[in-house]
Design a protein around this ligand. Structure first.
Ligand SMILES: *[C@@H]1O[C@H](CO)[C@@H](O)[C@H](O)[C@H]1NC(C)=O
Ligand SMILES: *[C@@H]1O[C@H](CO)[C@@H](O)[C@H](O)[C@H]1NC(C)=O
Length: 154
């Protein structure tokens, strides 16, 4: 493989995986609940809440009866809570599904998405939870990307 091939290959993997990593779930106040492959199967108590940036402190609040339910965001937050303002940094939260979720300002920038996911990977201590199950999706998706790539260049 020449340099061009490798460059193209990297761009392809980037696009392929950027898409899979960050299917956007845009939420109220321009926040977004990120679908992080790194966090799949990573557990957190449903009350877990960690602000990675001090300026976001207290933006997660109990929902008032007058607030509209937001199914996209409810997936990532403990039952009955909502976010009252656009976040500056990452919020890592538990939810009724017992898993760790990453929330941040809505973005399509893969670098930023990846950093939100990575912050919560650390905050929820996913590394020490990791066992055979937690990371099986990554290699499967990489294999699919490779298969698609080799099909395309035939
Ligand atoms: C946080 O973000 C808001 C909106 O994006 C901005 O107005 C504010 O200045 C930011 N605050 C800090 C401390 O960065
Ligand atoms: C994505 O965000 C990173 C880090 O903030 C920045 O350096 C980069 O220029 C951004 N990329 C795009 C395409 O906006």
């Amino acid at each position: 493989m020449g340099v061009f091939r490798i460059g193209f290959f990297n761009i392809f993997i980037y696009l392929c995986c950027a898409f899979l990593y960050s299917v956007p779930n845009v939420c109220g106040h321009n926040n977004m609940c990120f679908d992080c492959i790194d966090l799949e199967g990573c557990k957190a108590p449903k009350h877990f809440l960690k602000y990675m940036s001090a300026v976001d402190r207290d933006k997660v609040v109990l929902r008032l009866p007058t607030d509209k339910p937001d199914p996209m965001m409810d997936r990532c937050l403990n039952t009955g809570y909502t976010i009252k303002a656009t976040l500056n940094g990452t919020v890592c939260s538990g939810s009724s599904d017992g898993l760790c979720h990453a929330i941040g300002e809505a973005t399509t920038n893969f670098t930023i998405t990846y950093s939100h996911c990575g912050d919560c990977y650390i905050a929820c201590d996913c590394y020490s939870q990791e066992n055979g199950n937690a990371r099986k999706e990554g290699p499967i998706i990489l294999t699919m990307c490779l298969a698609a790539f080799y099909t395309l260049i035939q």
